[in-house]
Design a protein around this ligand. Sequence first.
Ligand code: GAL
Length: 651
Amino acid sequence: MKLGCCYYPEHWPETLWTGDAAQMADLGLSLVRIGEFAWSRIEPEPGRYDWAWLDRAVETLRNAGLQIIMGTPTATPPKWLVDSMPDMLAIDLDGKPRKFGSRRHYCFSHKGYRAECARIVAAMAERYGEHPAIAAWQTDNEYGCHDTVLSISDAAAEGFRQWLADRYTTIAALNTAWGNVFWSMEYRDFAEIDPPFLTVTEAHPAHVLDYRRFASDEVAAFNALQVDIIRSASPGRDVLHNFMGFYNDFDHHKLSKDLDLATWDSYPLGFLEQFWFSDEEKAAYTRQGHPDIAAYHHDLYRGMCSGANARRWGVMEQQPGPVNWAKWNPAPLPGMVRLWSWEAAAHGAEFCSYFRWRQVPFAQEQMHAGLLRPDSQPAPGFDEVQQIAQELDNIDLRDNAQASVALIFSYDADWMVRTQPQGADFRYDELTFRWYSALRQLGLDVDIVSTQAPLDGYKLIVAPTLPHMDAQLIERLKELDATILFGPRTGSKSENLSIPDQHGLAFMDLHVERVESLRPGLKEGLPNSDLTVERWMEDAGNGLESNYTLADGRNLLIRQLNFHYCAGWPDNDLLRVIMRDMAVMAGLKVYDLPSALRISQRSGKIFAFNYGTEALDLSATFPQLMGTDLLIGNIILPPAGVAIWKAERDS
Ligand code: GAL
């Protein structure tokens, strides 16, 4: 795994550049990402390019032996451009423009803006495409950041009508597919259809779902435009994008078909603070991040690219200290920057790059840590990077093999659930995370894969929910002898988000008679046990075999041959019990890890990580392990500690 950093030469006096580059190389970094927000310096006025400074920056980095990932600057269109076509601004769901003064103030559907992007990307790709220091290109920056995928601008509305006409061909077909007879919502022409927002009450769910699908396709098309230009001007270089954490507003699998590798931006402390983790979890992991946050995304993004690029991924931005954007922004526990980096290596990352080289003393992100302080003194993360840079030289990390467990992830499933949650806390990203986390607490390695991914070779396959079950996927699953587990609501909807004539899991003889959502505090338990179901429960599978039955008599875990269906949302403890059963049934070796310990098995090694604030004794979990076996670390693993030893994979 290579190490790198994000650098903004335009933020610093040129007198600092040579020293910065030399210090990066000394630290053990070999990659630098630059350029992604520099449009106003590259093209200060319409059509007047100023390449001289960027040429010198590229040369300076190259002279220090660094390789460059060049970002296209399309996340930050300059003021003159916005003023030249004010209708390029995105319009939010309340009908308000997303104005100039920060970033991402554009609508993906605006044709004029797309043409301007094509122009600036072509100019950059022609200038640097064959430069020997350019190793890769990053398109734009974090598509969707600051909630920018859904826009209801005129350009988007027009694009949506065309998208609908392509999909349904006739307006009659659309009216039938959506069920527009309800509340007299029938249309006579595609031209009559608006984006499904600003309605009096809830808009038609099929309309909302199609708008999400359309908006997602717009992001992919916007990206593909840049990729094509870069590929023709910069042969042999990787093209990547930096995706975000817990962000599902567009289909990353679809977009990634055009990329060579997927990368993501890892801010474990910010994510813990900003998302739906419980107060107990926030308190326990304030300075470490929940033990599965980074790993979940590593495994998700490892599953993005396919074919020759299968399992190619990296971390484009790694949190190096406190961030500026969460409600509270604590400092990581000493050692966490190194631990997060090792966790990326253990999941097969090609590189881990820190955001950012030096903390900037001005503008929006002045409170965000870098590897250096604004006065150029090393910040606490710096020494940890130095340590891992040395350690990496001595550990062979070549294998990035398939795991034995697959978790099927679908963006479309997320949009269905979000469009029609039925219970306020039925959240797709949390459901998939909880299922993943339960597997990881058993020491299992997991591949998070799309509904299209090859599934051969997995022993256990879990799908937390797929409201619409694709017929092809069912056929593929029926051919496998893996243990297969579906979560609640799987198969409950048609492709257009209505109730299907036949339940998607009818091949299991599954019938669902009723569903209910449970408000916080309302739980249904297993008999004589503290284990409960919360949030969601179904009356399902009457007459079928059930491995777990609630005290009220309802089936929780319905079984038919190697297929299983979980008819509710188990609490975290019950979920772990269920996953343990499934894994054992699938013939997998499981560990009962202490809550703060996680392991990964790759490259003929076990990597162990202590996400807790207390030391852990590894011999409690690995009784055979001797101190002399360890390549890195000790049997007593301190808080934020990493241990690595040679071991063949269990399963
Ligand atoms: C990312 C973004 C960076 C920077 C960083 C701060 O979301 O890509 O440009 O803003 O967050 O943590």
